[in-house]
Design a protein around this ligand. Structure first.
Ligand SMILES: [Zn+2]
Ligand SMILES: [Zn+2]
Length: 467
């Protein structure tokens, strides 16, 4: 899948004396799979951590009894390490949605390492690229390269490192917790992912092996798969209430498996908001925990663990939501027949209009627009006689209250019958200017709201009746 992806020209420098484009293209990502090179396609370190060890854990589980305390500990450690990713790696370090004091940063760096998803620095650099170049080749886990690629393929395959976008992580380099964790990530991983859960279960209730298999290996496997769903499922299933030009979506299912990260359409629009779900009943435990941390005061310091929680103004959020709703409405509007746009109608002289009617055409002029009512005469709710009496005439006033103040539906229906514009018609000059001022939909068709139809006159036009 990813192997066939074309190399973006953007990454080929204009003049590279040392390496030609052909040589550069020799990265394993661009080579066809053969019996000789297939193993080079695989990133073996990542594959070991996210595929082979989890599989061996599932195998070992067949021979390892699961005790009740180990099960409870595994679930608890699952949530702690998942929060290390969602509340720490993601919302604190990647997006700086809030600030955290040292005890909380240490805790999040510890449990985050236990999720086996790389160091904070590596994870955040990728994630910032994902936000900045969503759905492009520079997005490290672009869903455009396939659901499986965005879920796990981007890690287990050996991708050309030059393709993914570069991001600024200088702010992270200023946090010694991040730098230390990055430098010592191997040791951190060994301890937090496997040894620590085994130690707790072993020292706590004597289940060393169960602690390693269930609270260590299998727990990490579940956390990994849940988090990977944010990159895959959250860009695949659900609704797009804020913007539909890119792939992120909101879905309660992805929120349930990712501690609230499933409201991903909102998140991509408002990434520095510490919330992903903004409605109180939506499932976003990460938000609740960050909020709770902002209420917990560190003893002696008397300062909260988390502070400076960022939220976007409600006004901005509602603007996005409304624009998206408008877009959906426009799409529905475009499916309907609103009549031939006025600009496309032929301009007809009054004499020609009269002649055509004398020849048998069933034409009625209303507000300077000529309508062919032939197919409608028999269906006219006001009776055949009334509409027939208007044929060959300017019925502006009759239609607008002279005989009957026609409904909005009638004006809408009338617009579908228009066939021409009357040259020099009384209202033409007025509505031409007005019509140009009307808002246009995405296809350039004027948006006509109820009561704004061109055939609707403010008051019966006496002069027109005389015509
Ligand atoms: Zn995303
Ligand atoms: Zn994000």
């Amino acid at each position: 899948m990813a192997e066939t992806a074309p190399r973006p020209s953007l990454f080929t420098p204009a003049s590279t004396p040392k390496t030609t484009p052909a040589q550069k293209a020799q990265h394993i990502q661009y080579q066809d799979v053969t019996i000789r090179n297939w193993y080079k396609k695989i990133n073996w370190l990542n594959t070991t951590l996210v595929v082979l060890i989890p599989l061996s854990g599932l195998y070992l589980a067949r021979y390892t009894p699961l005790t009740r305390p180990t099960l409870l500990w595994s679930i608890a450690y699952y949530f702690l390490t998942a929060f290390g990713i969602t509340g720490g790696y993601h919302r604190l370090w990647s997006h700086r949605c809030y600030s955290a004091r040292l005890p909380l940063r240490l805790f999040l760096a510890f449990v985050g390492a236990g999720a086996i998803q790389g160091s904070i620095r590596w994870w955040s650099a990728n994630h910032r690229a994902h936000h900045r170049w969503t759905d492009t080749m520079k997005d490290p886990y672009s869903v455009m390269r396939g659901l499986l690629f965005s879920h796990i393929g981007w890690m287990v395959l050996n991708n050309d490192p030059k393709v993914k976008g570069r991001t600024d992580v200088s702010d992270l380099d200023a946090d010694w917790v991040v730098v230390w964790q990055h430098k010592n990530y191997g040791k951190c991983l060994l301890f937090t992912a496997w040894l620590f859960p085994a130690l707790v279960a072993g020292l706590g209730w004597g289940d060393w092996w169960g602690g390693l298999v269930y609270a260590g290996i299998i727990r990490a496997c579940f956390v990994q798969q849940a988090t990977f769903c944010v990159n895959s499922l959250a860009h695949w299933i659900g609704e797009q209430p804020f913007d539909d030009r890119r792939s992120p979506r909101d879905h309660v299912l992805t929120a349930l498996v990712t501690m609230g990260e499933g409201y991903h359409n909102f998140h991509h629009e408002f990434p520095s908001d510490y919330r992903n779900a903004i409605i109180w009943y939506q499932y976003d435990p990460t938000k609740w925990l960050i909020y709770a941390a902002s209420k917990v005061r560190i003893p002696f310091l008397m300062a909260p663990l988390a502070y400076d929680l960022k939220t976007f103004r409600e006004n901005e959020i509602e603007k996005g939501r409304l624009q998206q709703q408008q877009k959906a409405l426009d799409r529905q509007r475009a499916k309907l027949d609103w009549g031939v746009p006025l600009a496309q109608l032929p301009v007809v002289d009054w004499d020609e209009f009269k002649t055509r009617c004398a020849e048998g055409a069933k034409l009625v002029a209303i507000a300077g627009v000529i309508h062919d009512v032939e197919s409608f005469v028999v269906d006219h709710p006001g009776g055949k006689a009334l509409i027939a009496s208007a044929i060959g005439k300017d019925a502006t006033a009759l239609f607008n209250g002279g005989v009957y103040e026609h409904s909005n539906a009638a004006h809408n229906l009338l617009s579908t019958m228009r066939v021409g514009i009357l040259r020099g018609g009384q209202e033409v000059e007025i509505w031409k200017t007005e019509w140009n001022r009307l808002e246009k939909d995405t296809k350039g068709v004027a948006i006509v709201r109820a009561g704004d139809q061109i055939t609707r006159a403010g008051a019966p036009t006496v002069a027109a009746v005389a015509a």
